[in-house]
Design a protein around this ligand. Structure first.
Ligand code: FAD
Ligand code: NAP
Length: 555
């Protein structure tokens, strides 16, 4: 896509100059704006959607909800906020999370600095002025000393390359770009393509409405029950009372930013009965913490097999037709190496008479016709198509912006072989450009609000430091970045994660380099590293006052 139309002409004066431009008004962009305001910095947030909430603004598919408990998947920066907001269920549904995002925007009066319905199309660093020129889809441009990419890790919906998709006469929906009006599938034949977290949430709800539901499965996925239900007043009060400890634990102790028990033993330490009992208790508790029953499930294949076998056994118990159960039992990747899914009644849905499962592992979808999905010469007729085909994750939304750094280097050019960052926060050659939960940080491997708050606070502290010291630029040095990238890869390859064709690896996007993108060292280790870097005068970053020419960054 050409960005040249939105580029400001050389002699055109930018209309407005800000301290900071923030791209995106999801949980990251909203909190960033709040902190910038508190520092007295001028800021403009650009959001391509018409409202706040990011993920929760776009993903309105039936059954969408968080899979980390809402009492934890929520901001911690304001005690008043966490004490006053009432979640109705253990895992809140999408409309409630979106209502929460809107409440935060109102409560902290954020909207006046957010420009909605506006895409950032291009950002170019002016080395003489040490400012970024930011061009937007309304044909305007602004300047900013700093740009913060709060563009989201799962915000660039991936349309599958299936022949004939544009020929389909019925309605086509992508889970990540769901319409705003309610969709009623009653009486319809619905085809769902994909069996990741989005499909696993949507399928049971669509099955309740649709006359016929056909699910096209390429890779069977591991899923554990959410054990969702109304949030009891006792549990809510317990969290409210214990928030200081809960939040501290999530930041400083828990590897994934979730308050839960820390596993202290290997899956191979227990005999069969004891192990089954522990997995059963994790299953009954529900949610992603199932993966934390033992400490080596993601490190040791033999340990992993015990958890995978347990879940495969559960699927065989739930799904009555043994042939269907077999198809639904994942066998192509270790459990957890693709994001573990959390469901409400997913496997049991395949016992319903109106639900069909079509295995497309060995027979990919040949084509989509005007009224059907064709597999192995057979047409599965449908009135509506639901694409639950995921996202160009972690880098997709950044790549859609034409970002030009020092010496006119483009970020897409620099990242052609995979993303390279220092701490996931900055990338060498692109001064004053921060990324929230970028590749190279724990990000999608964690409770993301914990990681978002950590990054926003780190960036805010950095900006204060720069202001106090009269510094104009900060950028990652190439040496620090190279060392960090090496470390991120090394840690990832000590785990089972790289064994799966997952979106963590970029494997869901044809041609995307296969790099394990998030940092798997754990939330506390990572936080400590970021804090140490700051305490040591922003070690690994080159900082300069306005008049100084940066040399360290280039060396
Ligand atoms: P987003 O919420 O993705 O917001 C980014 C915003 O940037 C978007 O609104 C987008 O429109 C905007 N944007 C992007 N590019 C541009 C541009 N060029 N110009 C202008 N605007 C732009 N994480 C968890 O920890 N727990 C969960 O339970 C959980 N559930 C999830 C469920 C779903 C269905 C999905 C898709 C993700 C889930 N996640 C979950 C991950 C989730 O993305 C994060 O938790 C969090 O919401 C991300 O917030 P963000 O602000 O970083 O990004
Ligand atoms: P996803 O995990 O990437 O799943 C996409 C699915 O579509 C996969 O089953 C994939 O099969 C399939 N697919 C893609 N292209 C296809 C094609 N051409 N033909 C057939 N099948 C195709 O995407 P997602 O389900 O949207 O989830 C993405 C992430 O968002 C999650 O991992 C999670 O982090 C987050 N999320 C969380 C929740 C939650 O519970 N809170 C809900 C939704 C999303 P292959 O596996 O074979 O590639």
């Amino acid at each position: 896509m050409s960005m040249s139309a939105a580029r400001p002409a050389e002699d055109e004066q930018p209309v407005q100059a800000y301290d900071v431009v923030v791209v995106g008004a999801g949980f990251a962009g909203m909190y960033m704006l709040h902190r910038l305001r508190g520092l007295g910095l001028s800021a403009r947030v650009f959001e391509q959607g018409s409202g706040v909430g990011g993920t929760w603004y776009w993903n309105r598919y039936p059954g969408a909800r968080c899979d980390i408990e809402s009492m934890q998947y929520s901001y911690s920066f304001s005690d008043d906020l966490q004490q006053e907001w009432d979640w109705s269920e253990r895992y809140a549904p999408q409309p409630e999370i979106l209502a929460y995002a809107n409440h935060v925007a109102d409560r902290f009066d954020l909207r006046s600095d957010i420009q909605f319905d506006t895409r950032v199309e291009r950002a170019e660093f002016d080395e003489r002025a040490n400012t970024w020129k930011v061009a937007t889809s309304d044909g305007k441009a602004v300047t900013a000393k700093f740009v913060v990419l709060a563009t989201g890790c799962l915000s660039n919906a991936r349309m599958p390359d299936i022949e004939g998709l544009d020929r389909f006469k019925g309605k086509v929906y992508h889970t990540g770009e769901w319409p705003h009006e309610p969709i009623d599938f009653s009486g319809q034949r619905v085809a769902v393509i994909g069996t990741g977290s989005s499909a696993i949430q949507a399928v049971p709800v669509i099955a309740e409405q649709a006359k016929r539901l056909t699910v096209f499965q390429r890779t069977a996925n591991f899923s554990v029950p959410a054990q969702n239900g109304p949030l009891s007043a006792e549990r809510r009060d317990w969290f409210r009372k214990n928030y200081p400890d809960v939040r501290r634990f999530a930041r400083e102790v828990s590897r994934n930013g979730i308050y839960t028990t820390q596993p202290d033993r290997s899956a191979l330490d227990d005999g069969d009965n004891e192990r089954r009992a522990r997995y059963e208790s994790g299953w009954q508790h529900g949610g992603v913490v199932f993966m934390a029953v033992y400490n080596d499930v993601l490190l040791n294949k033999a340990a992993n097999d015990t958890a995978a076998d347990f879940v495969r056994g559960k699927i065989a118990e739930i799904v009555k037709d043994p042939a269907k159960a077999k198809l639904l039992q994942p066998d192509s990747h270790p459990i957890g190496t693709k994001r573990i899914c959390v469901d409400t009644g997913y496997f049991a849905t395949f016992n319903l008479p109106n639900v069909e499962l079509v295995d497309i592992r060995d027979n990919p979808i040949e084509a989509i016709t005007e009224n059907a999905v064709r597999v192995a010469g057979k047409d599965y007729e449908a009135d509506a198509l639901v694409l639950a085909t995921g996202f160009d994750a972690m880098t997709g939304s950044v790549a859609k912006i034409d970002i030009v750094g020092r010496e006119r280097q483009t970020l897409n050019g620099k990242w052609a072989e995979g993303p390279r960052t220092y701490l996931g926060l900055m990338t060498a050659g692109f001064p004053n450009l921060f990324i929230i939960t970028g590749p190279g940080s724990p990000s999608v491997l964690s409770n993301m609000i914990v990681s978002i708050e950590q990054h926003v606070d780190w960036i805010a502290d950095c900006l204060v430091h720069m202001r106090d010291k009269g510094l104009a630029t900060i950028e990652a040095t190439k040496q620090a970045e190279d060392k960090w990238v090496e470390h991120v890869n090394e840690v990832a390859h000590n785990t089972l994660y790289p064994q799966a064709n997952s979106w963590y690896m970029g494997a869901n996007i044809p041609g995307k380099p296969r790099i394990f993108m998030p940092y798997i060292g754990g939330v506390p280790v990572y936080r400590q590293k970021c804090d140490e870097v700051a305490a040591n005068g922003y070690e690994g970053f080159a900082m300069a006052a306005a008049a100084q020419r940066q040399t360290a960054a280039a060396s």
